[in-house]
Design a protein around this ligand. Structure first.
Ligand SMILES: NC(=O)c1ccc[n+]([C@@H]2O[C@H](COP(=O)([O-])OP(=O)(O)OC[C@H]3O[C@@H](n4cnc5c(N)ncnc54)[C@H](OP(=O)(O)O)[C@@H]3O)[C@@H](O)[C@H]2O)c1
Length: 234
């Protein structure tokens, strides 16, 4: 089986890539920087792409993926947080950057993949923030809610492909390091909550989270397409 995963340099994407390689799958990974551990595996291939650069993404996907298609599973995992804070203080530049990486780059990748191959399953890595929209999540919450909606729309256009938006749970990654580096602020209770979870069983490391996520990806294949699922609830 061939799997395409974005955001493989670290965190959840790196752990998922390692998980699928351990299962004997061929994995193609996309991110700006590679991952030396994954590179040691002959079944891993890496494409360096900056998903912020959506203008040139289609050309680059054509260039790098035209001879390496037929993925059965596509996991759109790359994501950025932007800045925790209030919408009123958020610049248009931050909004554009977060929406480009978390939503519009995924649209370009989906368009390219479905136009040139027939994957069985496409999973967009979402977040509970899409639903909670707790104060402080800011444009990140908007981007994940938009991702959920985009996944639903594609599922209606391509009923032969199983689409899902999947929240991976709280995982101890670089993204959580960034969140924990924010000072506690009574306006944004989510910062305090996540700081408290760091180092506990409620924030597993990427390796163990990847097992839960991969099992969820297998399970949701038999559930309705186009939906938002949370690994903690299925
Ligand atoms: N960790 C959590 O608790 C949690 C909870 C809910 C949802 N999520 C979601 O899970 C996904 C993975 O998050 P993570 O926690 O593993 O974060 P992470 O450790 O920060 O990893 C993010 C990955 O995205 C890639 N990426 C970022 N900007 C990119 C760009 N411009 N072009 C290409 N790739 C880019 C990074 O690679 P490069 O920097 O090398 O490009 C990296 O491999 C994200 O979509 C996140 O929103 C995470």
């Amino acid at each position: 089986m061939k799997v395409l995963i974005t955001g493989i340099s670290r965190g959840i994407g790196a752990a998922l890539a390692q998980y699928y390689l351990n299962q004997g799958y061929k994995v193609t990974g996309i991110s700006r920087s590679s991952n030396p551990e994954l590179q040691k595996n002959p079944n891993f291939s890496f494409i360096s792409l900056d998903l912020k650069d959506i203008e040139n993404l289609n050309e680059k996907l054509k260039l790098y993926l035209k001879d390496n298609l037929n993925f059965e599973l596509v996991i759109l995992n790359s994501g950025i947080l932007g800045k925790l804070g209030d919408m009123i203080e958020t610049s248009q530049d931050t909004i554009t950057e977060v929406m480009n990486v978390n939503v519009w780059a995924n649209k370009k990748i989906i368009d390219f993949i479905v136009s040139n191959s027939k994957p069985a399953q496409i999973v967009g890595i979402s977040s509970g923030a899409a639903i909670s929209a707790s104060r402080g999540w800011n444009v990140y919450a908007i981007s994940k809610a938009a991702l959920n909606t985009m996944i639903k729309l594609y599922s209606e256009e391509f009923p032969q492909i199983h689409f899902a938006a999947l929240a991976p749970g709280i995982v101890d990654t670089f993204m959580q390091d960034i969140i924990s580096s924010y000072p506690e602020d009574s306006r944004f209770p989510v910062i305090k909550k996540l700081k408290q979870l760091k180092g506990t069983e409620y924030m597993p490391n990427p390796k163990s989270a990847a097992i839960t996520i991969a099992e969820a990806i297998e399970k949701i294949k038999n559930m309705p397409s186009g939906q938002y699922y949370d690994v903690r609830e299925i």
